[in-house]
Design a protein around this ligand. Structure first.
Ligand SMILES: O=P(O)(O)O[C@H]1O[C@H](CO)[C@@H](O)[C@H]1O
Ligand SMILES: Nc1nc2[nH]cnc2c(=O)[nH]1
Length: 492
């Protein structure tokens, strides 16, 4: 009898410890997706994945009936803690001992059920035995983002770069710097001198950083400049890489994931672009309200492949509404006049390049509401969004895109783009510095939650709220080009 009593107490204590440890891992994972639990032994023996699965709440039985965030959908570890506390009390006090048999029966049934889920449904072994994996059998991934042998998507079966690779990039950079950058800046073609604004900086060449693609285009020096700007710690990219250089879109967005791993929360993206909106002039700075990503529409998206769920939002189906952060755009519009910057607003289109557009393509872009065209930015913004980094972006209009009737257009050449860039960049120093400084007072990165979406939809119904803060753009709505059509402008 005594022996049985001790065994019951030991069982209750073991159950309680396991439940508490599960609660601990659950909490750690919430704040640090990279946290590796002691029980994550291999790809198939793991509890971390299990703990974030749909079976981790209400044993998965309420899935589909209750929302996963419903307070009634109680995590298994809480049920476990309650169960084992009651079990211990009954054992120790010897009150209600008639409950022990049904309790033990229920616990055996639950164990068999979980054994079935883990081993036959999810095919992983979780030592804590109380949860399951969140991914389906056919798409289970290893931590490095590789599919198991069972599943072979025909396209991009693995990621070009794994989570570990991004971590290696970040570790390398962290070793070299003493600051903790919160702001990222990308300098577009001819805009490299923006990096001169960074004070007390150290430079790290792209070629030094493991897995970092190297710029091959003139006007993109290819180095990180890390230091301080506007009272913020920043990491500035003096030059970027492009799809047309032959890089995979996951490679050209690798620095964004590196930034995310360093703790960057805000991003300022710049590019040189051809003006499609006829009311623009070379030298104008355009605040990007939205983009049309022709590569993305054609199925070239940096998020294709196994989802890197440990980054920021980690969303598989990423919402792109407000990816050009509304609050940051409003701040930019407020600050611009103070610094003598006449800020245009518009939609940026990414084309694959490296050839510039034909007259017919420009006509088409103009018809569909594009204001400026270039060969970058959209993939970076998509990945920044995926990482939960708030982004604001600008196009320097370096040339007006070719007029349909012209035979030769001298301003649309890379050397002309670079020349104009270096000529006018200095004018934006004060503006960019104060914009970066303003991030100090901004909150945590906005996740693409339903209320933001709703907010934006409401906004589009109520006409363009941005027009309240725009001074010079009131003229735009009276021009006749489709790019200025209100339906496009009001959409953001
Ligand atoms: O987008 P950024 O890098 O500023 O460069 C733009 O300028 C180059 C063409 O001159 C293209 O690479 C185009 O994308
Ligand atoms: N695609 C494209 N990219 C540019 N970058 C700078 N100017 C241009 C342009 O006219 N077209």
């Amino acid at each position: 009898m005594n022996y049985l009593h001790t065994l019951r107490i030991l069982t209750a204590l073991t159950g309680l410890s396991v439940s508490l440890y599960t609660a601990y891992i659950y909490r750690q994972k919430l704040y640090n997706p990279d946290y590796k639990a002691l029980c994550d032994i291999s790809e198939t023996i793991s509890c971390s994945d299990a703990i974030r699965s749909r079976y981790s709440k209400g044993f998965g039985l309420l899935d589909g009936i209750l929302d996963s965030d419903s307070i009634l959908n109680i995590p298994n570890f809480i049920l476990g803690i309650i169960f084992f506390i009651l079990y211990s009390l009954v054992t120790v006090t010897e009150y209600f001992t008639f409950l022990l048999l049904p309790a033990a029966t229920i616990s055996v049934c639950i164990s068999i059920y979980l054994f079935y889920i883990l081993n036959l449904v999810m095919k992983i072994h979780c030592l804590l035995m109380s949860q399951g994996v969140k991914r389906r059998r056919s798409t289970r991934l290893s931590s490095s983002g590789y599919y198991s042998k069972r599943t072979k998507p025909t396209q991009c079966p693995t990621n070009i770069l794994s989570v570990e690779n991004f971590q290696e990039m970040a570790d390398y950079v962290k070793e070299k710097i003493s600051v903790k950058p919160e702001v990222g800046i990308i300098c577009g073609s001819g805009l490299g001198t923006l990096s001169d604004l960074v004070k007390d900086s150290i430079d790290i060449l792209y070629e030094e950083v493991p897995h970092m693609p190297v710029s091959t285009v003139e006007g993109h020096e290819g180095k990180f400049v890390i230091g301080s700007l506007g009272g913020m710690d920043v990491i500035c990219m003096k030059g970027r890489v492009h799809h047309y250089e032959g890089y995979h879109s996951q490679q050209l967005t690798a620095p964004i994931r590196l930034m995310s791993r360093l703790g960057v929360k805000y991003l300022v993206v710049t590019n040189a672009a051809g003006g499609v909106n006829k009311s623009f002039s070379p030298g104008d700075l355009m605040l990007i309200k939205d983009h049309i990503n022709f590569l993305g529409l054609a199925g070239i998206n940096p998020l294709i492949g196994p989802n890197l769920s440990t980054f920021g939002t980690g969303e598989r189906f990423l919402q792109m509404v407000n990816c050009y952060d509304k609050e940051m755009r409003e701040t930019a519009l407020e600050l611009a006049p103070k610094h003598g910057v006449s800020l245009q607003q518009g939609v940026y289109a990414l084309i694959g390049g490296p050839s510039f557009e034909t007259p017919a393509e420009i006509k088409f872009l103009n018809l569909i509401g594009v204001d400026a065209v270039g060969m970058s930015t959209a993939p970076e913004v998509i990945v920044a969004r995926h990482c939960g980094i708030r982004t604001v972006a600008f196009s320097l209009i370096t040339n007006m895109s070719v007029h349909p009737d012209s035979v030769h257009d001298e301003s649309t050449s890379h050397s002309a783009v670079l020349a104009l860039g270096s000529e006018v960049t200095g004018k934006f120093s004060g503006f960019i510095t104060e914009l970066v400084s303003s991030f100090k007072s901004k909150g945590m990165p906005l996740q693409p939650e339903a209320d933001v979406f709703h907010d934006t939809l409401m906004e589009s119904c109520n006409n363009d709220v941005m027009s309240k803060t725009v001074n010079n753009n009131t003229e735009l709505s009276s021009t006749t080009t489709p790019a200025d059509d209100n339906s496009m402008q009001d959409n953001h």
